[in-house]
Design a protein around this ligand. Structure first.
Ligand code: MG
Length: 402
């Protein structure tokens, strides 16, 4: 069985945990310098129609008393790390989609913990107890159904779909719940009077092919609850990637760039968290017609610095958009060719020192050429973060010899 865990309003929930007096307020996180886009909105803000990917200015128009907080990525990374530790108690087969969302394959560990349903409940309980954060859990036979299950009772949802209840669960859902159906496809369905997943199932393969091309078969498969995608854990694939599917296709470059920056920051933070450098930077774009492209570039030297990786991500993205200026349905950022930092040999010491300097940049350290002062700054920052989140949150591979 597959479990999909999705934190509820993640960035906003972490901020409210830190400032509980904001709990009753409409809160968004985002709008940091040059990125006027909502990264996360709590449920009080959503009541006003505020959504992620919305420009902050628009969000403020909709909600006069909106509280806008800056993005504090180290906080979310620390929370995500704790959440991951919870997952690992129950299975090593974890595929994170972002800092706040992951698929878990619990097929091999189900019997150890009685049942997949039981694992889902324990994960929900552990996460709340250890991070103070609420998540939604969906459990089903495959990724597609598990993801719908986690979404359908948000926030604080828990939906278990057993194999024999799968079809009754899917049938009444609108066609928009089919993975890959955007606005345009939805209109096409409605032209033929097809509203629900049950309606889709009644269509012939020939009809579906004639209307939707190759996607026709794909929609039929999903409508019948068939999804062969596996949970691909970082352990096996040696790559780290995060992606976002938009509720509606996005053509606003500002929003797309903001999302790229956010995803890149998440992925880079995860690299650093796991002590990896990446050799190759990848992006993934899915268009409204479901066509998906990936683009990659290999770095001159492996890296895990957000700004350096983001430069490459933005370059790949700009090039892809020049070739095909289209709205985007899904956007993803990935790093591959991973190297464990502690596997580097002595001869790569220079590279390591370089990395340490770069890592300090993540905390927006002021420019200063004095190594000693830099060193002190790093210590100060590391100490502050470690005190805040417990030891080892920030640590270095080795110390300076100078
Ligand atoms: Mg979420």
């Amino acid at each position: 069985m597959i479990i999909h865990v999705d934190m509820d309003a993640f960035y906003a929930s972490v901020e409210i945990r830190e400032q509980p007096e904001l709990a009753a307020c409409p809160v968004v996180v985002g709008g940091r310098e040059g990125r006027g886009v909502v990264a996360a909105a709590n449920y009080n803000a959503r009541k006003f129609g505020v959504r992620s990917a919305m420009p902050i200015a628009e969000a403020k128009r909709r909600c006069k008393n909106l509280v806008c907080l800056p993005v504090r990525m180290p906080l979310y990374v620390a929370a995500s790390q704790k959440i991951n530790e919870v997952f690992y108690r129950y299975t090593p087969e974890i595929e994170p989609l972002s800092l706040d969302e992951a698929f878990l394959d619990v097929t091999a560990s189900e019997h150890l913990f009685k049942s997949a349903e039981n694992i889902g409940q324990m994960i929900k309980r552990d996460i709340l107890k250890e991070t103070g954060l609420v998540c939604s859990v969906g459990i089903a036979n495959n990724k597609y159904v598990a993801k719908i299950a986690s979404d359908i009772n948000k926030p604080n949802g828990f939906v278990y779909v057993s194999k024999d209840k799968q079809q009754p669960f899917l049938d009444p859902l609108p066609v928009s719940r089919l993975w890959g159906v955007g606005k345009v496809t939805q209109q096409k369905f409605s032209q033929y009077g097809i509203q629900t997943i049950a309606d889709v199932r009644r269509q012939s393969a020939v009809f579906m092919q004639s209307v939707f091309g190759n996607l026709g078969q794909h929609f039929l498969e999903l409508a019948n609850g068939r999804d062969g995608r596996r949970v691909s854990s970082e352990r096996k694939t040696k790559s780290i990637s995060h992606e976002t599917t938009f509720e509606q296709d996005v053509d606003d470059m500002r929003v797309l760039r903001a999302y790229l920056a956010d995803l890149c920051e998440q992925v880079a933070a995860r690299l650093r968290m796991k002590h990896y450098l990446a050799k190759t930077v990848n992006i993934k774009l899915r268009y409204p017609d479901f066509k998906t492209i990936t683009r990659a570039v290999t770095l001159d030297s492996p890296d895990n610095n957000t700004d350096i990786l983001l430069q490459q991500v933005v370059a790949l993205f700009s090039k892809a958009m020049q070739q095909n200026k289209s709205a985007i349905r899904l956007i993803g950022v990935g790093m591959s060719g991973l190297i464990k930092i502690n596997q580097l040999t002595e001869t790569n010491e220079a590279l390591q020192l370089n990395q340490q300097n770069k890592q300090a940049d993540m905390f927006e350290m002021q420019n200063d050429n004095s190594v000693l002062k830099k060193q002190k700054n790093i210590d100060k920052i590391a100490d502050a973060v470690n005190q805040r989140f417990g030891k080892k949150t920030v640590r270095r591979g080795r110390s300076y010899h100078k």
